[in-house]
Design a protein. Structure first.
Length: 234
């Protein structure tokens, strides 16, 4: 087998990949984000401590609905208020909810984070290419609120192909749980401008409604900007 065929070998099927060079470098960490209060504005970090329960300080608090909405006792999210992602302070978010007739309170749970699902999320820039081509501008990865945004230098496996596999990022070892299903929040303009419904339509129609992957933490540690993300084994 020639070196060219080795470098480009893939198995046909549902984006199944066969890689002959191991481990496989998927890209470098371009951005780290945590969201101290679920659904509110995030914080960009140069490095982060990743614990078994997720990034230190990530989604440790949330706004819970107390009155004025069917989600009483549950988290108040972007689905309920399309301006939450523009607000960093809980007082401002509480006031925004009040203006919509909803009473919320800030909650903190010592035992559990306020994740939608898994403790860590990743997006690789190549996954955004088709979407950006479709809408005619480079879609901001922040719309999808990942913890880690990775810049790749070449083609990478799809979210489905990575499911169940192990990744190493800095000192941290992760296992991909499954692709992330997306919702209307991805259509919101980051600065509170007009929403773009084409974003979610494309993701739903062309990407099985997936963008990014959820991961579990197998080994805790520290990650830093420019760390290499590697696919390390099956």
């Amino acid at each position: 087998m020639t070196s060219a065929s080795i470098a480009g070998a893939v198995l046909e099927g549902l984006d199944a990949f066969l890689w002959y060079v191991w481990p496989m470098q998927l890209g470098r960490l371009a951005a780290i984000w945590r969201y101290p209060i679920k659904s509110l504005a995030g914080e960009s970090l140069a490095q982060a401590v990743v614990l078994p329960e997720g990034l230190e300080g990530d989604r440790e608090r949330a706004l819970l609905v107390r009155d004025g909405h069917t989600r009483v006792g549950k988290t108040y999210r972007g689905k309920e208020n399309d301006r939450l992602h523009t607000l960093a302070q809980p007082d401002a978010a509480t006031q925004s909810a009040r203006e919509r007739g909803v009473a919320v309170e800030l909650a903190h749970d010592e035992e559990e984070r306020f994740f939608d699902d898994a403790p860590v999320s990743i997006i690789i820039d190549r996954w955004l290419d088709g979407l950006s081509d479709h809408v005619g501008y480079r879609v901001e990865y922040q719309r999808f609120r990942p913890n880690f945004f990775v810049s790749a230098e070449a083609a990478v496996p799809s979210e489905a192909a990575l499911t169940g596999l192990q990744l190493q990022l800095g000192d941290v070892m992760l296992r991909v749980r499954y692709p992330i299903g997306r919702c209307v929040v991805t259509t919101y303009d980051l600065k509170g401008g007009e929403a773009d419904p084409r974003v979610l339509r494309y993701v739903a129609a062309e990407r099985s409604n997936w963008m990014g992957v959820y991961c579990d933490v197998l080994r805790a540690g520290v990650v830093r900007a420019d760390d290499v993300l590697e696919l390390v084994d099956f």
